[in-house]
Design a protein around this ligand. Structure first.
Ligand SMILES: Nc1ncnc2c1ncn2[C@@H]1O[C@H](COP(=O)(O)OP(=O)(O)OP(=O)(O)O)[C@@H](O)[C@H]1O
Ligand SMILES: [Mg+2]
Length: 231
């Protein structure tokens, strides 16, 4: 049986040249896979390539459907959600209006699901998104991406700039989403959080996957951490 997300031999290019050199990875349903690495390793580029935002070749399959060559909006409609590093909320729109922008089709129950999942957003549904804290805005952009009922979620550094307790809350929400069967590809800078919530971890270096294993295996590999993660 093939994984929900299956990436094979993915190469990606910016104008200046090639950044990904044949990335292979898989994410199953109900699984959190973290993509780790130093600055510039190619983690964000991998997510952008999957979303059809870069020139690339290779294979990216979601539930067996090839995504390479499709436009970003088509990739979204196939069930892929992407939360980029810049938490882009519309500051003058309310929380609820921001969420409704994430809907791909009319699904009245989708909003109720977000309110149930994140009661702290529910109490602020009529507040302008720009007035939310950094953590709440991160949660809002995460929830907006869920409004399209994705099967796979890719999140780029969701805990960046958050206080430790807020980062923990975001991590707990990601775990809750996994429990609902979502596959999650997470780019996370905080090694502790990644090791804690991931089913598997992948380490990237120079545009390639240089290690793959369980969190326990990475914990037991000081040489890998030293060579590819520690600064
Ligand atoms: N828009 C761009 N144009 C040209 N090169 C880019 C662009 N964005 C990233 N790069 C280059 O691609 C490489 C990989 O960058 P990427 O953003 O994927 O790194 P990353 O692993 O997400 O790390 P971090 O987020 O810490 O920078 C780096 O060498 C970077 O300089
Ligand atoms: Mg990045």
């Amino acid at each position: 049986m093939s994984a929900l997300l299956e990436i094979r031999g993915l190469h990606a290019f910016y104008d200046q040249g090639r950044v990904l050199h044949g990335v292979d990875l898989e994410v199953g349903a109900g699984e959190i896979v973290s993509l780790l690495g130093r600055n510039g390793a190619g983690r964000s580029t991998t997510l952008k390539a999957v979303m059809g935002m870069l020139r690339c070749h290779g294979s990216v399959r979601l539930d067996g459907i090839e995504l390479i060559g499709l436009k970003t909006f088509q990739i979204t409609r196939h069930g892929m959600a992407y939360v980029p590093e810049e938490r882009a909320v519309f500051p003058t729109l309310t929380v609820q209006q921001n969420l409704l922008l994430g809907q791909l089709r009319q699904e009245p129950a989708a909003l109720d699901e977000v309110w149930r999942l994140m009661p702290q957003l529910a109490v602020r549904k009529h507040v302008a998104a720009g007035l939310l804290s950094g953590g709440e805005q991160q949660m809002l952009s995460l929830c907006r991406s869920l409004m399209g009922k994705p099967r796979l979620l890719m999140v780029d550094e969701p805990t960046e700039g958050l206080a430790p307790d807020m980062a923990r809350t975001v991590a707990q929400h990601l775990s809750a989403l996994r429990a609902q069967g979502l596959g999650i590809l997470l780019v996370e800078q905080k090694l502790g959080i990644a090791l804690e919530i991931s089913d598997r971890v992948l380490v990237m270096g120079h545009g390639r996957i240089v290690f793959g294993g369980t969190p326990a295996q990475l914990r037991a590999s000081p040489a890998i951490r030293q060579k590819w993660l520690e600064v």
